[in-house]
Ligand binder design. Sequence first.
Ligand code: NAD
Length: 293
Amino acid sequence: MSNPKIIDGKAFAENIRNKIAAQVASVQKAHGFTPGLAVVLVGEDPASKVYVRNKGEQTKASGMASFEYKLDATTSQETLLKLIDQLNKDAKVNGILVQLPLPKQIDAQAVINAIDPDKDVDGFHVVNAGRLATGGQGLVPCTPYGCLLLLKDRLGDLTGKHAVVIGRSNIVGKPMAQLLLNESCTVTIAHSKTKDLPGEVRRADIVVAAVGRPEMVKGDWLKEGAVVIDVGINRVEKDGKFRLVGDVDFQSCVARAGAITPVPGGVGPMTIAMLLHSTLVAACRQHGVELPK
Ligand code: NAD
């Protein structure tokens, strides 16, 4: 029998994708439009190519329109900004995602801030970060949004829980902390300059690790029963073989945790599911219609 402590992000994400496909069919029938997502890839980064391909495939599988733009690694910022402007004006495109990282000659934040905030399905635009911080209606970064759904599914109401988020990036750590704060958690954000990380983690009911360091969080750092969400994706080599591991040492943590996400199969599949959700939400808002139940 599988361990009930292990959070099955793959199955959870599949349920969300099925629900989205039904909602897409419902808006097509009731309102006559098909939500569309444009994904822009600049360059040849192998991981980015895989992510973009998966995003395109899952967008189409949900019944939405997928528009893919593959630009050369030498593309100038000006050319990319022109494409963004064109996509902002295109009514068939409801969501725009520029795959990160971008080549050195391009200022990623300038490109993100050129996206219409209402089409910024990654939720990285400064306006969407501001809306998240001030309780406005915006678009939320997909990975932390997916983590939040997994947590609420396990724990229900998060009010008063002590959450420790390890990592303070704009795309995971900070929005994760903000989302948990919005759920009335007491939130600690730990980062590379935190003095006593094990001590901080030991006080947590919820631990979210988004660091990019293989198997950093150890089982003896955890409070008994803590729920652990591992965002990390690290490719490590042992005896000539590559495998993916998270930021959490799964073997030692699974024993003490109340619940834990595996890598792979935990947070990863949730990211694309939430991207599809945000695209549908953006499309419904742009057409002035309710999101189908
Ligand atoms: P980042 O490099 O932008 O940020 C890492 C953060 O970790 C920084 O804020 C830094 O202060 C902190 N940090 C570094 N060393 C630390 C230490 N020793 N102790 C405590 N904190 C430390 O990374 P990111 O973009 O936030 O991504 C984090 C991880 O999540 C990566 O492994 C990335 O691949 C993964 N990721 C996964 C998904 C997904 O879909 N599952 C999405 C985005 C990122």
